[in-house]
Design a binder for this molecule. Structure first.
Ligand SMILES: [Zn+2]
Length: 74
């Protein structure tokens, strides 16, 4: 599956089973997908699309929309 850097848009392919292993070990906030760090800029990477082992779905488009909302004064 694809992870995309939120900072520099670098795309990295990470095997689904690796992501699921991270998900299983991660006892934190279910609203946050397993996180990886960009090798180019050390920024946060977000999955293009990932359905978590507990049924949560994550889309980078959702994250990017949220970012835009934060940036506006609305
Ligand atoms: Zn990056």
């Amino acid at each position: 599956m694809k992870y995309i850097c939120l900072t520099c848009s670098e795309v990295e392919s990470i095997p689904l089973n690796v992501v699921q292993d991270f998900d299983r070990m991660d006892q934190g906030d279910p609203a946050v997908p397993p996180q990886f760090t960009c090798e180019s800029c050390e920024g946060a990477m977000y999955p293009e699309y990932y359905k978590g082992i507990y049924g949560c779905e994550y889309r980078i488009s959702d994250r990017l929309e949220n970012k835009e909302v934060e940036g506006s004064s609305k």
